[in-house]
Design a protein around this ligand. Structure first.
Ligand code: 13P
Length: 287
């Protein structure tokens, strides 16, 4: 059964580790991540962007697929199904479809409007038992065609949103989605420290996990990050493994064209990447 991310993140924050949010794109992705979480006895959050939800034939299809896998694959570790960077409408649709967690990304609204909309969602999520992530300070890079800059959030605005009763808070600290440019200045630990001091127990979320050096990830966890989102890195290893298979001509040998064979190296590559991240984040054996 899907669970809210609230408890797993509170445990992570108190235990000084982080739970990975791995974004899903299709059945292979979902299965690879769930099996890896189970094999490593780790809690996990499956992230679904609005674009990926549409691609997978809608939120209800996603909920059906994930619930089916939890049962058929005997997944017993805590799993949350989370809308990533949701609009207000997207949040409503996912609540109705059966997601167990949502992110309302109101970072592009003026703070008053972000507060007002987040407040409404706090109430609805509390009634229905879902966890809610809010965002302050836009996270740069490209996500579903929207390109933002790597802002640093205002710690006082973070405190204002945290006090509304959200379960986790994403705050921009110079992180961006996708690959980091060569001239990236790194995470702003000064900003993170200031946010954590004002928001206390609130589990903080680090978006744009792809390409952040391991030592920065560890320092971010030390400073209160309890959820780390990874998407692009799984896409890169999937593409690389699939390319190797095709370049080696394996799709032309025997029944190598069978999608169950063609997509297997990519799925294995995702499993290895997710395991590596779970070890780095410290969530192994924390289910
Ligand atoms: P990356 O694609 O950079 O790993 O970011 C993932 C993310 O933050 C999803 O919200």
């Amino acid at each position: 059964m899907l669970v809210s991310a609230k408890e797993m993140l509170q445990k992570a924050k108190a235990g000084h580790y982080a739970v990975g949010q791995f974004n899903i794109n299709n059945l292979e992705w979902t299965k690879a991540i769930l099996l890896t979480a189970q094999e490593n006895n780790s809690p996990v959050i499956l992230g679904v962007s609005e674009g990926a939800g549409k691609y997978m034939a809608g939120y209800k299809t996603v909920v059906g697929m994930v619930n089916g896998m939890l049962e058929e694959l005997n997944i017993t570790v805590p799993v949350a199904l989370h809308l990533d960077h949701g609009s207000y409408d997207g949040c409503m649709k996912c609540i109705e479809a059966g997601f167990s967690s949502i992110m309302f990304d109101g970072s592009h609204y003026p703070i008053e409007e972000n507060v007002a909309k987040t407040k409404e969602l706090v109430q609805i999520c509390a009634e229905k038992g879902l966890s809610l992530e809010a965002e302050v300070g836009a996270i740069g890079g490209e996500e579903d065609g929207v390109i933002g800059k790597g802002e640093c959030a205002d710690p006082n605005e973070c405190k204002a949103i945290a006090d509304l009763g959200v379960d986790m808070l994403a705050a921009g600290i110079g992180n961006i989605h996708g690959k980091y440019p060569a001239n990236w200045e790194g995470l702003s630990f000064e900003t993170l420290d200031a946010i954590q001091q004002l928001t206390g127990e609130m589990p903080l979320v680090l978006h744009g996990g792809t390409g952040i050096p391991d030592d920065m990830i560890k320092k971010a966890i030390d400073l209160g990050v309890a959820k780390i989102n990874v998407n692009t890195e799984c896409q890169l290893v999937f593409a690389e493994a699939t390319r190797e298979y095709i370049e080696a001509g394996k799709d032309l040998q025997g029944k190598g064209f069978d999608p169950r064979k063609l997509l297997a190296p990519g799925a294995e590559a995702i499993k290895a990447k997710v395991k590596e991240k779970m070890e780095l984040f410290g969530s192994v054996n924390k289910a």
